[in-house]
Write a protein that binds this ligand. Sequence first.
Ligand SMILES: Nc1ncnc2c1ncn2[C@@H]1O[C@H](COP(=O)(O)OP(=O)(O)OP(=O)(O)O)[C@@H](O)[C@H]1O
Length: 281
Amino acid sequence: MTLNGVKVIAVTGGKGGVGKTSTAINTAVALAEKGKRVLVLDADLGLANVDVMLGLRADRNLSHVINGECGLDDILLEGPSGIQIIPATSGYQSMVELSAKQHVGLIRAFSEMRSECDVLIVDTAAGISDMVLSFARASQDVMVVVCDEPTSITDAYALIKLLSRDYGVFRFRVVANMVRSLREGQELFAKLSRVTDRFLDVAIEQVATIPFDDNLRQSIRKQSVVVTAYPNSPAAIAYQGLASKILSWPVPQQPTGHLEFFVERLITKPHASRSATQEVS
Ligand SMILES: Nc1ncnc2c1ncn2[C@@H]1O[C@H](COP(=O)(O)OP(=O)(O)OP(=O)(O)O)[C@@H](O)[C@H]1O
């Protein structure tokens, strides 16, 4: 397997229900439609898991791989436009807690995986657990999904604060979701950047504005994705634009391959001593 140049993107947001899974899957499919080989790591322990949303059945998940019961290729599910999904629902609180043997198993599983990919998209869970923060830290790019709900901006701010303070992540790509107009998207971003500019030393950039679009809900009902079910809908067009933008982001140049690098970062404790669960006010 050639691991060079795999782009790893975490989709996160702090708050539940802001559209992380929708964004992860639709971005993945839009990238696949542009000819990229895409893997989605479903690290969301919530109800709307990637496999459920796409009507796929996962009998085994990453925990079986971690425990040496099977390889990564054995658990991969195939989604729309040939995207592949790693069901990661594992019940673990943190990858750092795994035993040394399990760490070795995980690294080996990724290095032995036969499926090749250009982009790995990690759909993280809601909240700011160690697991969410570790996945974000291990990724090359962090996309923060926000929407116009009272706690979305404060939760996104808390997430960005913890990641920059304790996990060494300083660049964030913001996706404004479920907006009624482009202007509303810009205002959402402005709200977030006002507080990050004032209190944190981070770079945040708005990379997409996804309109509120009933076609997206319809597509989920059909266990499909809006990008393929309604390719000309406003949300689909916005996701296609996001995918084009992602393709212009720099590709990592790790000599040993980025997925191994990703897994190693995933299982290593961050240097900061403060706990991620400390108050973030
Ligand atoms: N742009 C949009 N337009 C209309 N509805 C949307 C849009 N984005 C997401 N939704 C709807 O919002 C709900 C939550 O979306 P989704 O499951 O993707 O969020 P999530 O952040 O992954 O949630 P959780 O944190 O619970 O995993 C879904 O019913 C989805 O259909």
